[in-house]
Ligand binder design. Structure first.
Ligand SMILES: [Zn+2]
Length: 323
């Protein structure tokens, strides 16, 4: 196989093997990421047109077992604490399998209440009762509520005000007002605004500035970095490109340079994609490398929705806010 080809069947095998590795010590070490990991693997398989690789019933049972009936949120693993990030993963997996109806109406209502109960007076969200605040949690809350069809103005309006305060004059977004610009926050902030139909709150001068800041993330090797003078990393293919796609400036990136950087990060024998060439592969960089290629329209991958990071075939069924 040539290195300028996407090793599709190897990537499918790599992700499938992650699900078969349950007896490994390594598997148990990553318990705190388990539900997120299933979402990353499943979404990567969807892009590779191999959604049926996982055992659907087994995965749905696992997601259900992560539902915390005392709070209504989802945990990374049964009997762990529920968190907004893992709640979004649980909802995304069920939605991808068209299985949100495996949650009863009272259970769904409780999930909605759990998410809303983590919104603070300034419109921001904490990830859980321990109180860490980060624009990522604004994204996960708004995306989850959107998928559940449960967004309301009371939640959206203050959430948008907080997100807008995370914008910096350089054209980037920080994880909270005044924090340094970071490319992952461009996705969370712009993605959240897109989901609640409020991208129009950004002026065209701001959109241009955002576009410049994002396209300056591309380095000579073709890959993208998260901040000025940092090394390129495959996951920024998603954080940067999704935001550029949402503000319709995707073409400001050199597609061929980025594709060849992503392909150099593949393990072409065992499958999987790493953060940069020569490093160990993982499912996180595998999904975001594939998602970057999908957004650029390469390699016949199934199209991914830049706001939800799920296939359009799933997200087109969501009722879009405002209702
Ligand atoms: Zn990374």
């Amino acid at each position: 196989m040539k290195t300028d080809e996407l090793a599709k069947s190897q990537h499918i095998q790599y992700i499938k093997a992650l699900d078969d590795k349950k007896d490994d010590y390594e598997y148990w070490l990553t318990e705190h990421l388990r539900l997120n990991g299933v979402y990353w693997g499943l979404t990567a398989l969807c892009m590779l047109n191999a959604k049926n690789t996982f055992d659907k019933d087994k995965i749905i049972d696992f997601v259900r077992s992560c539902y915390d009936s005392s709070t209504g949120g989802f945990a990374a693993f049964p009997d762990h604490d529920a968190h907004l990030v893992t709640t979004l993963s649980g909802i995304q997996i069920l939605a991808t399998y068209d299985a949100l109806n495996t949650l009863s109406e009272p259970e769904k209502l409780k999930t909605t209440e759990f998410i809303k109960s983590n919104q603070l007076a300034d419109g921001s969200f904490q990830g859980d009762r321990f109180g860490e605040v980060d624009a990522r949690f604004s994204y996960t809350a708004l995306s989850s509520l959107s998928i559940l069809g449960a967004l309301t103005r009371e939640v959206v309006d203050p959430a948008v005000e907080f997100i807008k305060k995370c914008y910096n004059f350089d054209g980037g977004f920080g994880l909270c007002p005044g924090a340094e610009s970071h490319a992952s926050m461009a996705f969370t902030c712009i993605g959240a605004l897109a989901i609640v139909n409020r991208l129009g709150d950004l002026s065209s001068a701001q959109i241009d500035q955002i576009g410049w800041w994002l396209c300056e993330r591309q380095v000579a090797e073709g890959g993208l970095n998260g901040r000025p003078s940092k090394l390129p990393d495959v996951c920024y293919s998603w954080w940067v490109l999704s935001a550029l796609a949402l503000i319709r400036k995707l073409e400001w990136i050199d597609f061929n340079g980025l594709r060849s950087f992503i392909l150099k990060c593949q393990d072409i024998e065992k499958g999987g994609i790493s953060d940069r060439p020569g490093n160990e592969v993982d499912v996180f960089h595998t999904i975001f490398g594939l998602a970057g290629l999908s957004l650029m329209g390469f390699d016949d991958l199934v199209s991914i929705d830049p706001a939800y990071c799920m296939p359009f075939s799933v997200t087109e069924k969501f009722k879009k806010y405002p209702y």
